[in-house]
Design a protein. Structure first.
Lengths: 269, 200
């Protein structure tokens, strides 16, 4: 789905360069040509890849597969609906139809193409409806996905679907961009982190050699107070410059309370 | 997937120093953001100067004395600051305690002199564009002096508690040293802008 989207995006981008040409820009400025162009860019460039990403990662999130057959239906409805909705707008624009209008005089020659556009929008909407329906249906009653339904190479597919809240019991060690392809049957991990305090590994920047077991903070109310105090100071400062002076005192108190070490294993070194 | 344990992390230290510490990276990133802020205000200063027919606008050049005194104190403070960093490296608690008190004083004194810098500008912040930009430059740097003073005082107090003797605290001291160097380093171009460019 994402690959197919790339083509639509490329088609849409071409007018970007042509619109930089002044005579052409003067011709199509504020016409439906522009509407057609940017919808190709946005839907081809962002919406189709997003749909592809949902099909790819939703099984990781819900633990259940979306249907291949309904996915094909949704893709073709959206793809055909999208092209038939937005391609004729190029022609309408070249025929002089301005954008940002909700109606026009009946003797204008844009009627039949606009009818086609409206009908195609229904096809496009039906495709999206099917997609949303399928996303919800699959989350409830799709086939179980298993940890790696796509034989994908990256780490998120090495844990169960959906993943546990801690993601991995032991931190994976990777040697390349595609760890699950490089070592298909076994996951290399590091062990030895403490379980009585929250720890993460700090590594060197370039060679990623482990350097320290850095503590990760415990749950704390202080960041919340800091956020409240900052919000109060900033909103107050709209009304009085003195808010910056007096309002920064609670902010400082919250930050000091946040920083001040607590008697937890996290403060050990 | 079957797991194979390749590395035993239990031998790693519980805290790293410098680039092995997350706070060090946080301080660096903060300096980058704040340094960009300083650079932008200096750019605004030069831009306004390029537009103005005369510079300073409707004001004499600022008095040199308070700003120069601050510059001398700040520059001199880099030496004890460096020593504190070395003592923290050696985890020498008693020397770090003494050094932090010295650094607290060296943060308070320039702030007191700074109070005389604002009247020495000889223009109000709302008189014209020149007044606004010099007050912004000086105010922005003063905010950093205050921030670092509060940080230094809190850290000094912490070093005198039982929680002070901790590698993590010595790393905090080093980050505080690094940040003070930044506050001093950022001041020098601002000093040149405020006090010497109007005399060109």
């Amino acid at each position: 789905m994402a690959i197919r989207a790339g083509r639509a995006w490329r088609i849409g981008n071409e007018p970007e360069t042509t619109a930089a040409s002044v005579p052409f820009d003067t011709q199509v400025h504020d016409t439906y040509f522009v509407v057609a162009h940017f919808h190709y860019v946005l839907i081809g460039g962002a919406v189709f890849p997003l749909l592809g990403a949902v099909y790819y990662w939703l099984p990781k999130i819900t633990g259940r597969m979306m249907s291949e057959r309904l996915g094909q239906w949704a893709f073709w409805l959206i793809f055909v609906g999208f092209n038939l909705t937005f391609f004729p707008m190029h022609i309408l624009g070249l025929q002089g139809m301005p954008r940002r209008i909700y109606t026009y005089q009946p003797d204008m020659p844009w009627h039949s193409l606009n009818l086609l556009v409206s009908a195609s929008a229904v096809v496009l909407a039906a495709g999206f409806l099917l997609f949303f329906f399928e996303a919800i249906r699959s989350a409830r009653s799709g086939l179980p996905a298993g940890p790696n339904p796509w034989d994908a190479p990256t780490l998120e597919w090495a844990t169960s679907s959906p993943p546990p809240s801690y993601n991995f019991a032991r931190i994976p060690i990777v040697n390349g961009l595609n760890p699950l392809w490089e070592q298909p049957d076994v996951l290399s991990v590091g062990s030895g982190l403490r379980v009585d305090r929250r720890e993460l590994v700090v590594t060197s920047v370039h060679t990623a050699d482990p350097q320290a077991r850095e503590a990760s903070p415990r749950n704390s109310i202080w960041p919340f107070w800091a956020a409240i105090a900052t919000t109060v100071m900033l909103i107050w400062s709209i009304f009085s410059p003195w808010a910056v002076v007096w309002g920064s005192i609670p902010v400082a108190i919250a930050l000091i309370g946040w920083f001040w070490p607590k008697r937890t294993p996290e403060d050990e070194s | 997937v079957r797991e194979r344990v390749l590395a035993d992390l239990s031998k790693l230290p519980l805290h790293g120093m410098r680039s092995a510490s997350v706070t060090w990276w946080g301080t660096m990133a903060f300096m980058l953001i704040e340094g960009t802020g300083f650079a932008l205000v200096i750019a605004v200063y030069l831009y306004l100067m390029s537009l103005a027919a005369t510079w300073p606008i409707d004001a004499p050049a600022p008095d040199l004395l308070p700003g120069t005194v601050v510059t001398v104190i700040l520059t001199a403070s880099v030496v004890p600051n460096y020593l504190v960093s070395r003592w923290a490296e050696q985890q020498n608690l008693s020397k770090v305690k003494a050094g932090m008190i010295v650094m607290s004083v060296l943060a308070i004194v320039p702030l007191v002199v700074r109070a005389f810098e604002f009247p020495a500008l000889k223009i109000s912040w709302d008189s014209n564009a020149y007044g606004s930009v010099v007050w912004t430059l000086l105010g922005l740097h003063t905010t950093h002096l205050i921030t670092d003073l509060v940080e230094t005082l809190v850290l000094t107090a912490l070093m005198f508690t039982p929680k002070g003797n901790n590698l993590r605290r010595f790393g905090d001291v080093q980050d505080n040293v690094m940040y003070w160097n930044f506050v001093v380093g950022a001041w020098l171009p601002i000093y040149v802008c405020i006090y010497w460019i109007p005399r060109l």
